[in-house]
Design a protein around this ligand. Structure first.
Ligand code: SF4
Length: 469
């Protein structure tokens, strides 16, 4: 029995209950509501129709990311729907008194990049956003949920969210990552192991020596993809990495408030002996660079392994799903993915577009040329990341290697504004979803780490970065 011992997610949950009744969802207070241009227009419209104000504009922050072009910001947005979404968000924020880091803001960026970067995301918070990958913010020990449009409206109106309690699921990653691997390989290995439904109805808590060794940006990559295992959220206990990352950021507490906050945050980690509903242990020493071969993020293999052979799969449903995915991807079962030709490499998205991701990719590309047959797009996650990268000369490394250095946004993660694959084309992408058509109708996506993406950019074929380091 764990008695009153609680996990990190249970502590954050308990701290935010406004009201609960047996058998009904609990009403949770929300500390931070992040808003973007795609899932908010109907929510603001709903407020207008109901004559409501935003309950806590001071706890609400907006940015434009999904629909904006990644070309020169001085140019008009060609896509009329995207242009309307961007201007509508800016008007809605002005009308309702919400801070908006819009298209021309120096803080614009992907919503899951700018929240942490500005110090808005803090340990122990509840964070919501009308976007599936809100789990990213769990890297700080926050309980962060992606919500739907009607919930966006409710949170805008009440600053509360109805939620049912989640199961607790600990993912312990022991050992140390070898050279050529990154946190992206940990999360792709986990999803390949437990499947896209493995985390259903659960909050994943990542722990173990390999997680503790990761910096905050690497932790964000892991939490970001928790949703791809079907989990409601993913989180990591705050520690010195967390505090050091946050200290001095614009919205982080200052002076005495900082000391009080750190003392409070140190109470959040899971109590020794607290019980989880499920646990999985991963040996980081045994991991290889991972890559997906199929049409969901759970269809992944170690880069040196062959893709699955349907004939060897006993379960008929799984056999059918693998057969269908291989057909869409144009791959032959049982054959290696290593050496498969690609057309595009995309380094970006809320999974891997932070400064450390760009440094890693630039480290592989420095002084080399990408394969001239390839289109290689490097899209920083925010204006801040872009400024930092340019101050360090990473943009020059990318340009001199033959990459396309872009303005911040979601870009090819969701095939916006022409940043997309053509039918039949293959990409190695550092994003988080490889669904059919996700990067363009008929496009075929191999998900991988920035290291694998950069190595592939050099050769033009899926490449094990360890062979060129
Ligand atoms: S980068 Fe992709 S996954 Fe992330 S918020 Fe944008 S569209 Fe969603």
């Amino acid at each position: 029995m764990s008695g009153n011992l609680r996990t990190l997610s249970q502590k954050v949950w308990d701290n935010h209950i406004v009201h609960e009744e047996p058998g009904a969802p609990a009403l949770l207070y929300i500390d931070l509501h992040l808003v973007h241009e795609v899932t908010s227009p109907q929510a603001f419209q709903g407020l207008r129709e109901r004559g409501l104000k935003v309950r806590r504009p001071d706890l609400t922050v907006a940015t434009t990311d999904h629909s904006i072009p990644t070309t020169d910001r001085a140019l008009p947005i060609v896509d009329p729907i995207a242009a309307k979404q961007v201007s509508q968000l800016e008007k809605n924020c002005a009308d309702f008194g919400i801070p908006c880091y819009g298209l021309h803001s120096e803080h614009q960026g992907i919503v899951h990049v700018i929240g942490p970067e500005l110090g808005l995301t803090q340990p122990g918070m509840t964070v919501v956003c009308g976007d599936s990958h809100t789990a990213t913010h769990g890297a700080f020990g926050a309980l962060a949920f992606g919500i739907g449009t009607s919930e966006v409206e409710n949170v805008l109106a009440s600053q509360c969210l109805l939620q049912r309690p989640s199961k607790t699921f600990r993912v312990q990653v022991n050992g140390a990552l070898k050279r050529g691997l990154s946190s992206k390989d940990i999360i792709l290995a986990l999803i390949a192991q437990i499947g896209i439904g493995g985390g259903t109805a659960s909050v994943l808590e990542y722990s173990g020596s390999a997680i503790r060794a990761l910096d905050m940006e690497a932790r964000m990559t892991i939490c970001n993809m928790s949703i791809e295992a079907g989990a409601r959220a993913g989180l990591i206990a705050p520690d010195d990495h967390t505090f050091n990352y946050l200290h001095g950021r614009p919205f982080a507490p200052k002076d005495a408030a900082w000391d009080e906050a750190v003392a409070r945050w140190k109470q959040l980690p899971t109590d020794d002996g607290a019980k989880f509903d499920r646990e999985v242990i991963i040996d980081a020493d045994a991991l290889e660079p991972m890559i997906t071969w199929g049409t969901n993020p759970g269809m992944g293999v170690a880069i040196s392994e062959p893709v699955p052979e349907p004939a060897g799969i006993a379960d008929p449903l799984e056999r059918e799903s693998v057969t269908k995915a291989l057909a869409y991807m144009g791959l032959e079962g049982g054959k290696p993915i290593l050496g498969h030709a690609v057309n595009v490499v995309f380094i970006g998205s809320c999974t891997n577009s932070r400064i450390s991701d760009l440094r890693i990719a630039a480290g592989v590309l420095k002084g080399r040329k990408v394969n001239p047959k390839l289109r290689v797009m490097v899209v920083p996650g925010s204006m801040e990341v872009k400024r930092q990268a340019e101050a360090e000369g990473l943009d020059r490394v990318f340009r001199e290697a033959g990459c396309d250095w872009r303005e911040p946004g979601c870009s090819m993660c969701i095939a916006m504004n022409g940043d997309q694959l053509q039918p039949g084309e293959y990409s190695v992408s550092t994003s988080n979803r490889n669904f059919e058509g996700r990067q363009g109708k008929g496009g075929r996506t191999f998900l991988a780490s920035p290291l694998t993406a950069a190595a592939t950019a050099l050769t033009g074929v899926v490449t094990d970065v360890r062979t060129i380091l």
